[in-house]
Design a protein around this ligand. Structure first.
Ligand code: ADP
Ligand code: F6P
Length: 501
């Protein structure tokens, strides 16, 4: 078992993300707690449970204030506290400008190369700057409370400006930043008004270490720095930048999941019973069962996936009534028009496919349009014969890794988009271009007829990778690099640190 705390050398970790790991919601039966869906929480909650420290995040739940103290602090997980959550409160206007606005209407589409959804509004950018300063202050306050030397770990595109602001408040603090989504090439950042790309990049250059999923994203970052930050010196071969008399080191660290606890969930008797019930219901009479799991987000390629399924049943009528697809799709960012439109399009297309091909005895697509708890998710993965991940762009995609982790039977076929970061680590999947409906339909055909031996060989390789590079190894490698950098002093960061991925 990787001891992730070892590399902290007794320091207190202060983690910052927009999304909180536990959200309290007021419902008709009182207050309940839930984990918001998304790769960031799935990966970081298990990590923080082992490292303790403090997680600073937006308090987004309707009952969050009444479940925290006057400063917004509480111990989590709620029934077995292992670390502190410090909630920061945002007004409706803050959420609109900073989160829905600049983060999710400007940065998210640019980073995912889906510029048809890109909009820039100056007031959103101003709000993003203010809120970044507010979160930087909250992190700084937590650093003053820390019982030992603090180390700050910033997460994602919501907080590009935070590192430089914390550096201003506390010049000697060690700051690193994991960027959970793709980092775009300069042509994308150039769509932002003059001055904005440089401000974002200078903010990020406040870090000592910047962490990406892949080398490609790190090189995109360096190309952006070359283009927009003239005072910085880029050393591409060693993935470093010299700026303001400091060295900023870059590295690639593919994120992962807590494989052991996912396996435990998947292998429980309860999960077995659930998986059998699912097969009984949707795969009876020798039918095959497919699954997809995501937030309803335009990066996930949901319409493209439905098009491929339509093509499959259209061109291979013998597969009608022989193959059922469970689509687990949790609503996400529904306040934004592109997300609402996507949801409506998904609902209409599923209805249309089910009407055209469905029979009295068979529903081609079973849509689970809600957040599903982890135990059920694990059972669905186990019940399925194939899992289809069709992201148009995806930093990593943890669903692919969860499917593999759930399959200790070494059966099941993963069909994986070439545009998901996970495809680099899992080439034994059937790797597809999600824009090519014919290729995806053909991959579905191959999956449905793949001999058990071949499934076994492919799954065994993938399980080897996922089990070896679990989320603790991911966190451990970053903390180790951070420790080496700290020891050498940030002015003398060595070449050997960077870019092993
Ligand atoms: P992203 O971070 O963009 O949402 P990932 O695939 O990396 O994409 O991570 C998604 C995480 O959220 C996974 O851990 C997955 O199990 C979880 N998730 C996605 N959809 C649902 C859902 N409908 N119900 C519960 N969890 C979900
Ligand atoms: O993994 C990328 C990410 O944007 C995370 O930062 C986030 O928690 C997750 O997707 C889900 O999105 P949101 O927090 O906007 O619901």
């Amino acid at each position: 078992m990787t001891d992730v705390t070892r590399y902290l050398d007794g320091r207190t970790l202060i983690l910052l993300s927009n999304r909180e790991p536990y959200e309290h919601l007021a419902g008709s039966e009182g207050v309940h707690v839930r984990q918001p869906p998304g790769g960031l929480v799935s990966a970081l909650d298990p990590t923080m449970r082992r490292m303790s420290g403090t997680w600073v995040a937006w308090g987004s739940g309707s009952a969050d204030r009444e479940t925290a103290d006057e400063v917004g602090r509480l111990g989590v997980p709620p029934f077995e506290p292992r670390y502190t959550l410090r909630r920061v409160w945002l007004s409706e206007d803050d959420i609109e400008g900073y989160y829905l606005g600049f983060a999710n209407t400007a940065l998210w589409p640019l980073c995912h190369l889906l510029i048809q959804h890109f909009e820039f509004h100056r007031e959103h950018w101003e709000c993003y700057q203010q809120i970044n300063a507010r979160f930087a202050k909250a992190v700084y306050e937590e650093s003053l409370r820390a019982k030992s030397t603090p180390q700050v770990w910033v997460q994602d595109y919501h907080f590009a400006l935070v590192p430089a602001e914390i550096r201003r408040l506390a010049p000697d603090i060690f700051i690193h930043h994991f960027w959970h989504i793709p980092f775009p090439p300069p042509d994308m950042l150039r769509l932002l008004p003059t001055g904005v790309p440089a401000a974002l990049l200078r903010g990020l250059l406040g870090n000592d270490l910047i962490e990406f999923h892949t080398d490609r994203y790190a090189h995109n970052f360096l190309n952006c720095v070359r283009e927009f930050v003239p005072e910085a010196q880029v050393r591409g071969e060693s993935l470093r930048v010299s700026v303001d008399g400091r060295q900023v080191v870059l590295g690639s660290f593919p994120i992962s999941i807590d494989v052991e606890s996912f396996e435990r969930l998947a292998l429980s008797e309860e999960s077995d019973a659930r998986a059998s019930a699912l097969r009984q219901r949707y795969a009876r009479g020798g039918r095959a069962l497919g699954v997809s799991v995501d937030r309803v987000d335009y990066t996930k390629g949901i319409p493209e996936r439905l098009r491929a399924l339509d093509r499959l049943w259209q061109e291979s009528p013998e597969l009608r009534e022989r193959f059922t697809m469970i689509v687990v799709a949790t609503p996400s960012r529904t306040e934004l028009a592109p997300y609402k439109n996507l949801e409506n399009e998904m609902l209409a297309t599923v209805r249309d496919i089910n009407t055209r091909y469905g029979t009295q005895d068979w529903e081609p697509i079973v849509l689970v349009h809600e957040n599903v708890h982890a135990e059920l998710l694990a059972a669905i993965y186990r019940a399925a014969d194939l899992c289809l991940v069709s992201s148009l762009q995806d930093g990593m995609n943890l669903v692919a890794k969860e499917f593999v982790a759930a399959r200790d039977d070494e059966q099941g076929v993963l069909i994986l988009s070439q545009f998901a970061g996970a495809s680099r680590e899992l080439p034994e999947a059937l790797v597809v271009n999600p824009y090519d409906a014919d290729q995806c339909a053909a991959a579905l055909q191959v999956a449905l007829t793949m001999p058990a031996d071949e499934q076994h060989d492919r799954m065994r390789f993938m399980r080897g990778v996922v089990r070896e590079f679990n989320v603790y190894r991911w966190a451990g490698r970053m903390l180790l690099d951070a420790a080496v950098l700290r020891q050498r002093g940030r002015f003398r960061a060595a070449d050997t640190i960077a870019g092993h991925g």
